[in-house]
Design a protein around this ligand. Structure first.
Ligand code: SAM
Length: 172
């Protein structure tokens, strides 16, 4: 399975703090290894590292990273999620399953160059919705749901429960 990282572009720290936090949390929960964010945002970094520290795994977050450099340095398959792209079901037949993958998601208008640089421009439906929803659906389909209940070896582990909350906290 590919090692997946996210490139979040157009992040405005004040306006997008909740949405970008949720992009990062969804990415982590659904099997990505890390996220790059174009605008520097130390608070966002701290919040995501705190979750990873408690719930496990070695999720990477770096902010203040321009998308062109990130794409060049990454060198793997680039998937840009956009409502204008080809159908996700058709794209998934062509996207390599192995190797490294960078998934680009926008905030507001995405520069035309992103569409040109991406190996695949992929839509999750052709209706406008959200980067969190598009990323979650794409990752879940690409990984066939395998990341959802992976053991992350965290200090805190949630045990699935029909009713109530069961959390094992080994930090106490
Ligand atoms: N109107 C903007 C544009 O032209 O790029 C889209 C803004 S949308 C709020 C923010 C991000 O959500 C997009 O850049 C894209 O990554 C993602 N997105 C929204 N709808 C999508 C869809 N139907 N399929 C795939 N990605 C989508």
């Amino acid at each position: 399975m590919s090692e997946i990282v996210i490139m979040r572009i157009g992040h405005r720290p004040q306006r997008d703090k909740r949405v970008t936090t949720h992009v990062a949390l969804a990415a982590r929960a659904l099997g990505a290894k890390g996220i790059y964010v174009d605008t520097r945002d130390p608070v966002l970094e701290e919040n995501i590292r705190s979750v990873a520290n408690r719930f496990g795994g070695d999720f990477l977050i770096e902010t203040g990273v321009g998308w062109k450099k990130a794409v060049d340095d990454h060198g793997g398959t680039t998937v840009h999620l956009t409502m204008y792209g080809q159908r996700v079901d058709e794209a998934l037949e062509k996207i390599p399953r192995e190797g490294r993958m960078m998934i680009i998601v926008g905030a507001e208008k995405v520069p035309p160059e992103v569409y040109e640089r991406a190996d695949f421009n992929v839509s999750v439906g052709n209706q406008p919705h959200s980067e969190i929803a598009a990323l979650a659906i794409f990752l879940d389909r690409f990984t066939e749901g395998k990341a959802l209940y992976e053991d992350r070896g965290g200090k805190m582990t949630v045990v699935p429960n029909e009713r109530g909350k069961t959390v094992v906290d080994i930090s106490e």
